[in-house]
Ligand binder design. Structure first.
Ligand SMILES: CC(=O)N[C@H](C=O)[C@@H](O)[C@H](O)[C@H](O)COP(=O)(O)O
Length: 224
């Protein structure tokens, strides 16, 4: 049996509406406007950072919200503790996204404990992983979705410029929970390629919602 939310996301686009610290777009109302634009463009769900933005998006967007809480910038910092996860559920996230790499969590908890707490509070969990082994482990620990989010961003996962479609294929062949392709998907063709590789859904962030980073790529192009 699949989850109703998983059915609603099948073959669909999820837009990540985030802005890094210090970015002019890091402003709750602005980020909520981006989620409304994503909905208007046909996104099935949005992925947003911080409980305040989650709550404002839930109130405004009428779309399923995948919530994360980035706290810090090293080690495990995407929804690092059970406290962070439950704050996102309180804010209305339908799905809590959390780092599920094999690294110690700052509160000493396990990923399985985070999953249990989120499930008990009535929400689902998306495991952000960087390898096939982490994805298998996250699925075994009860994750409802497994995303390739952290491929290329953690020690032991080589830096890449393209989406990690090989990991999408490997995960889709190895686990029974839906695999979400996320990370460096920059064109509609790459998004379609991720589905063809076995992804259940595709998350796109920077290519849609990051004007500062996108402007910088054009500026760099002109400077060549
Ligand atoms: C590694 C990490 O921290 N990824 C974050 C996770 O939420 C976001 O910064 C990314 O923008 C998101 O994963 C979407 O990816 P892309 O922006 O490449 O489409």
């Amino acid at each position: 049996m699949t989850l109703p939310l998983a059915d609603a996301l099948k073959g669909r686009l999820i837009v990540s509406c985030q802005a890094p610290p210090g970015d002019p777009m890091r402003h709750t109302d602005t980020l909520v406007r981006m989620t409304l634009a994503a909905r208007a463009g046909g996104a099935a769900a949005v992925r947003v950072n911080d409980p305040e933005v989650v709550a404002a998006t839930v109130a405004a967007a009428g779309l399923p919200v995948i919530g994360l809480w980035k706290d810090g910038d090293s080690g495990v910092f995407i929804t690092p503790t059970v406290r962070h996860a439950l704050a996102l559920v309180d804010a209305g996230a339908a799905v809590v996204a959390a780092d599920a790499t094999a690294r110690p969590r700052p509160d000493g908890s396990t990923f399985a404990e985070l999953v249990a707490a989120v499930h008990a509070a009535g929400a689902l969990v998306m495991a952000d992983v960087s390898t096939l082994a982490e994805g298998r482990e996250a699925a075994a620990q009860g994750a409802d979705f497994v995303g390739t989010t952290l491929s290329g961003y953690v020690p032991g996962s080589p830096v890449q410029t393209a989406p990690d479609l090989a990991l999408v294929t490997d995960l889709a062949g190895a686990i029974s929970v839906p695999v979400i392709a996320e990370g460096r998907i920059a064109t509609p063709g790459q998004a379609a390629g991720a589905l063809a590789a076995g992804a259940h859904s595709v998350v796109v962030g920077t290519a849609i919602t990051a004007p500062t980073a996108l402007t910088a790529t054009f500026v760099a192009g002109l400077a060549r």
